[in-house]
Ligand binder design. Structure first.
Ligand code: C5P
Length: 225
């Protein structure tokens, strides 16, 4: 957009996938490309916002005019997002945060032992950053946005997730083998806590990003500008 409607605002965007290490050379990761989060950061900057981009794993170049904070694990992402959110008007969690991490990190590389089966990998839950941000807003009126990639019952699961997480907006998209991951395009429905639903037709991730900011803008607290 040519309009600097986010001027004077600080927005925090998380993007990319987290990596949860098993040992110094191995990790559990996911297929997130980071493209949607980077598009959100770039469009917010183009609309005049000061942008902090907390970036998990991605191959993408830093967007111009954006403050990039690189992170590895979900717990590192949590620390960086909470720190940046302290003075933010809006936080958009586009990162693919690992729900689970290996219970044990082995400081030396795990080795195969002749004649013995490998140890099973035990997982523990990671903190839910979106739920935490929504429950303990760093500022009154801070707008919190989440993403939900669903493979089935997309809308029903999305509505339930919006309520469970407690965020203001949830961008729900259907994922599958050939949908969303790594692609430059996306199709989504943006669910709002007030019950409104905004369908976003299949198109560039920048267009979806602009629609997110269009919905965030009017929800921003006036007293923080
Ligand atoms: O629960 P699920 O992973 O489907 O939720 C997706 C949304 O929650 C995304 O916005 C993601 O960034 C966020 N999330 C989070 N912390 C987690 C898992 C997901 O903030 N541990």
């Amino acid at each position: 957009a040519a309009v600097a409607d986010l001027a004077g605002r600080h927005v925090v965007v998380s993007a990319g996938g987290t990596r949860e290490p098993l040992d110094p050379v191995r990790y559990l990761g996911n297929r997130s490309s980071g493209k949607q989060g980077y598009a959100l950061a770039a469009t917010a900057a183009a609309r005049g916002a000061r942008v902090t981009l907390v970036a998990g794993n991605t191959e993408l170049p830093d967007p111009v005019g954006v403050d990039v904070v690189p992170v590895g694990t979900a717990r590192q992402l949590r620390e960086a997002v909470l720190k940046a959110a302290a003075d933010a008007d809006a936080v958009v969690m586009a990162a693919a945060v690992a729900d689970f991490r290996p219970a044990v990190y082995t400081t030396a590389k795990i080795k195969k032992v002749e004649g013995r089966e490998p140890e099973p990998i035990v997982l523990v839950r990671n903190p839910d950053i979106l739920a935490e941000l929504s429950a303990d807003r760093a500022r009154p009126g801070q707008v919190v946005v989440g993403f939900a990639a669903e493979t089935d019952d997309v809308l029903a699961n999305g509505r339930a997730k919006l309520a469970r997480k407690g965020c203001d907006l949830l961008v729900v998209n259907e994922v599958g083998e050939h949908k969303a991951f790594g692609s430059a395009e996306n199709e989504a429905v943006i669910l709002a806590a007030d019950g409104t639903e905004t369908p976003v037709p299949y198109g560039p991730k920048e267009a979806l990003a602009d629609t997110v900011w269009d919905l965030v803008g009017p929800r921003l607290a006036e007293n923080h500008r």
